[in-house]
Design a protein around this ligand. Structure first.
Ligand code: ADP
Length: 370
């Protein structure tokens, strides 16, 4: 779960990825180009085999190749092979396993592969800071995969072949290269739009509801330190999720006050549950600090897991005795500040109130800080 932080720290230690600009003839024009093939060679970060962790469809993948080959197996209903793909981080094996997928049909895969490729590349380059930076530094260059034998993903010419420098001499389609260019374009558009519109991309709404009914990416549980279930919203979430939830919680080793841990949602409509432990109210300054940590840590964890909609109950305001108006002020100011600090990240935050009274308090607090 410390995916993004480890990705960041590894990028701090390693040297910046080098980019060497080359040229490509397109008709009578000469354009800039960046050529690549194997992950260990120059510009290897553009290869689907390059190790790059990301979360997609609620699962963690080790490279774009792993995701694409996993989806290839699933497309043809071969779940056994799909599982095998998930069981190794070796892209050569991913490819070999998927090559033998049962039920394979060329026309289906021809139609789907580029769309699936785009999803993998988007996740790879938005969730790995160092790779995103390197991709953007390729500028306006054409991105060209060079592999002799590959006439589909690559341009069909080798990294040493002179033919690679003339688009009319390519024997392949270079669909990986063109897809990478489109992902680069998307990253740039996102940068431009966030410069033009500096408002946070996240939203806040309040509603009266039972949190266990919400079909959001994640609901937050006001848990206790054992994470093994309890009363109030905690009990309701465990009842609705089914017994698998407590089983997974039992593997997490509890949770300190103010911290947050994530599990699957099981039978809940929400895909994930983020468990956080609010402070028992003591009327001291540390109450607000710890309660604020609950919201911040839950949102950090949500972002690490690519969660874009999340619902919070009024943490600590039940059995833990935190006065509702004081707790609401902390919840609203912390979430607002977090959204300000993460303007580029789109996330819809719902304050899920269990009563009309709580709703009125939240709404009044939001109106006041508008
Ligand atoms: P804590 O121990 O953190 O005080 P509680 O579960 O006792 O947690 O209460 C937290 C808040 O959750 C209370 O405001 C309570 O009204 C609310 N709550 C209880 N059940 C639900 C539910 N199913 N959906 C949303 N909120 C709930």
């Amino acid at each position: 779960m410390d995916k993004s932080s480890s990705n960041k720290s590894s990028s701090n230690m390693r040297a910046r990825i080098a980019i060497q600009h080359d040229t490509l003839k397109i008709g009578c024009k000469t354009c800039g180009a960046v050529y690549f093939h194997l992950p260990e060679e120059l510009h290897g970060f553009l290869s689907n085999w390059y190790p790059s962790r990301f979360v997609l469809d609620g699962m963690q993948f080790s490279s774009a190749e792993q995701y694409i080959m996993y989806r290839k197996c699933l497309t043809f209903g071969d779940t056994e092979s799909a599982k095998k793909v998930l069981g190794t981080t070796d892209p050569a094996q991913h490819q070999a396993i998927a090559q033998k997928a049962t039920g394979y049909h060329d026309k289906v895969w021809n139609g789907l592969r580029q769309v699936i490729l785009m999803r993998a590349l988007t996740a790879k380059f938005t969730q790995n800071e160092e790779l995103r930076d390197a991709l953007l530094r390729t500028g306006e260059d054409y991105l060209v995969e060079c592999a002799h034998k590959d006439k589909v993903w690559a341009c069909g010419e080798g990294l040493q072949d002179e033919e690679r420098r003339d688009i009319d001499k390519w024997s392949g389609k270079n669909i990986l290269g063109f897809a990478l260019m489109e992902v680069r374009n998307m990253l740039r558009m996102q940068e431009i739009s966030s410069e033009l519109d500096p408002r946070p991309r996240g939203t806040i709404t309040v509603q009266v509801n039972d949190i266990t009914t919400l079909a959001v990416d994640a609901i937050v549980n006001a848990a206790n330190r054992s994470l093994l279930g309890g009363g109030g919203v905690d009990g309701a979430i465990h009842r609705a999720a089914g017994p698998q939830l407590v089983k997974e919680c039992a593997t997490l080793g509890g949770c300190d006050t103010g911290e947050a841990k994530i599990t699957q949602g099981y039978k809940l409509p929400a895909k994930w549950v983020i468990h956080t432990v609010g402070p028992v109210y003591r009327g001291k300054g540390t109450d607000a600090e710890l309660l604020s940590h609950c919201y911040r840590n839950s949102l950090d964890l949500a972002m690490e897991n690519n969660i874009h909609s999340i619902a919070f109950p009024a943490i600590s305001t039940g059995v833990y005795g935190y006065p509702l108006d004081e707790a609401t002020a902390v919840a609203v100011s912390t979430v607002k500040q977090w959204l300000e600090d993460h303007r580029d990240y789109a996330i819809d935050v719902i304050f899920c109130c269990f009563s009309q009274k709580a709703y009125d308090v939240y709404q009044a607090c939001l109106d006041k800080t508008e």
